[in-house]
Design a protein. Structure first.
Lengths: 387, 155
């Protein structure tokens, strides 16, 4: 059997051929100019970037000049945390994040702590939903930023940004969301959600790796991470990568166009996979919210087995997925997201994440459903703990 | 952790582990690790006397909850221990396990400790059960084994 099935779209997606087609000509001589140059070559390149900016502004319901392009979601998130912290420290040094943020938010916060800032982590319930009351209570006069992940990368739970945005607005504190996983999969309106800052990434939506964006509402006080030639309204100096940005915009356009049908298709596949596993495999539990969840995320814990060994065995069967097990992390710590939802370390130990996407077929889901009971069984036989 | 960071030997033992399962009338059982840290290894020994009257490991089986390295180290330690006298089996250290597997990724060294310690624990419990004298070093090791291995690795 030479199957190769990719169930790790949340880690990174393949490039859509239509995106590649958009990008390829932009690598040619005609578009070699630096967007900062006033000559025709520079202007031609600049036009492409501005078109892309317009595309995102339309999608997010923002102004074009509120969008800046960066090199990665990690960079966007670092810019938000550090940039807001340093620009607003006169007002206060308190920042609120959630207990289920991506590592780049967590690590930026840890660094800011060393710089004298105070970080509060708002807890989540067992489904991974932010405790809104706890959020309200944790906002103080010296709070300068609330940063909450939109669709969680591990458990797929989608937060109610409108409700969180309302709380932030009432308390006059900047609101940022890391929408790396949700952008292109679920509608986002920065005005309706009262967002001041938003991160979105290209390689999660079938665009090229190495480009992302940061929406910054006009009037927001923020310092850049990179100083230099003043690109991107002075907020991100670096020669602008025209082909990648155009590719990112094309990828976003396609996602928005196809969103209604694609969401329906993926949700069906997702729920088929979840329900079939939960009913056919004893000792299996869904992580994250059953319905308020990314259409492409499946995260399940299997008791009395360990995730890395499951993942590896599935890889032998041609199936690529990921795990929140302590054994597979360099720190040997279980996933902080799973622990935040109340799981014990041993429950996180047997967790697998399957993330599906544009090229996932029903046959692939069926193949996984055929293979997975055998895999779980193999390791349950090996385990000293019986069900 | 990817496929590639494990040696072919590790993957081979992981795919087709030797001597797995339990021994119902085992003479000794050694268990290390715990559910909190996630990694648990259990070794079962059947012990007999050889022609010189020395006690040796006639049969050995393992049950392990853990990563690929934990399963491979369990499998290989049963190979190393089988047919050895208890004296010789006690000399098997985690370095021997690592060597037999053509090396382990650095973050996985603690899994080899788990395997070597499960063996020592089994022999320790056998000595205790049969009221034989327990050498000091073995007593010390036993005390250390009460601590979670992953915790040791993190420190
Ligand atoms: S058993 Fe957890 S890292 Fe090996």
């Amino acid at each position: 059997m030479n199957k190769q099935i990719y169930f790790d779209y949340a880690a990174s997606t393949p490039l859509d051929p239509r995106v590649l087609k958009t990008m390829l000509p932009l690598f040619e001589f005609d578009f070699c100019g630096n967007t900062m140059s006033l000559h025709s070559f520079g202007q031609k390149a600049s036009e492409i970037v501005e078109e892309s900016r317009n595309t995102f502004a339309k999608i997010l319901n923002s102004k074009p000049q509120e969008i800046i392009f960066t090199g990665s979601a990690t960079e966007s998130n670092n810019t938000v945390l550090k940039g807001i912290a340093f620009a607003n420290q006169k007002k206060g040094k308190h920042i609120i994040i959630s207990s289920i943020e991506h590592d780049c938010i967590v690590e930026s916060s840890n660094w800011l702590k060393k710089m004298g800032f105070e970080i509060t982590k708002v807890p989540v319930d067992k489904f991974g939903l932010i405790d809104l009351e706890a959020l309200k209570l944790s906002i103080r006069p010296d709070t300068i930023l609330v940063s909450i992940i939109h669709g969680n990368n591990e458990i797929g739970t989608i937060q109610d940004l409108e409700a969180i945005g309302k709380i932030c607005k009432e308390n006059k504190v900047y609101f940022h969301t890391d929408a790396s996983q949700s952008f292109g999969k679920t509608p986002i309106d920065v005005q309706k959600m009262n967002l001041d800052l938003l991160t979105a990434s290209s390689h999660k939506i079938y665009g090229p790796k190495g480009v992302a964006l940061l929406y910054i509402k006009s009037g927001t006080k923020i310092e850049p991470l990179l100083h230099g030639g003043g690109h991107e309204y002075g907020l991100r100096s670096s020669t602008v990568n025209v082909p990648l940005i155009a590719g990112f915009a094309k990828a976003a356009e396609l996602c928005i166009e196809e969103m209604p049908q694609e969401t329906e298709r993926l949700t069906k596949l997702r729920d088929k996979l979840i329900n079939s596993i939960l009913t056919s495999i004893e000792g299996s539990y869904l992580n994250g919210h059953p319905t308020q969840r990314l259409s492409n995320n499946i995260n399940i814990s299997f008791s009395k087995v360990e995730g890395e060994s499951l993942m590896l065995q599935l890889d032998f069967a041609g199936i690529a997925c990921s795990t929140g097990s302590a054994c597979s992390s360099n720190s040997l710590e279980p996933s902080h997201v799973l622990l935040a939802t109340g799981l014990k370390a041993h429950q996180a130990h047997g967790s697998l994440r399957f993330s599906i996407g544009r090229w996932t077929t029903e046959e692939e889901i069926d193949y996984l459903l055929e293979v997975i009971p055998q895999v779980i069984n193999k390791f349950r036989i090996l385990s000293p703990f019986k069900l | 952790m990817t496929n590639l960071s494990y040696s072919p030997k590790v993957l081979e033992h992981f795919r087709n582990p030797h001597n797995f399962g339990s021994i119902s009338n085992a003479d000794a059982v050694g268990e290390v690790g715990n559910l909190t840290c996630g990694d648990v290894m259990k070794l079962y020994l059947k012990i007999s006397k050889n022609s010189e009257g020395k006690e040796f490991i006639e049969d050995v089986k393992f049950e392990t909850l853990g990563c690929a390295a934990a399963i491979a180290t369990s499998s290989v330690v049963t190979d190393l221990a089988k047919n050895k006298t208890l004296e010789d089996a006690l000399k098997i250290g985690n370095q021997d396990v690592i060597k037999a597997l053509d090396n382990l990724p650095v973050v996985k060294i603690h899994c080899s400790l788990l395997a070597a310690d499960a063996l020592t624990e089994a022999i320790y419990s056998y000595y205790q059960k049969t009221a034989q004298s327990i050498p000091d070093y073995l007593e010390k090791k036993h005390q250390q084994n009460l601590v979670c291995h992953r915790e040791k690795a993190i420190k």
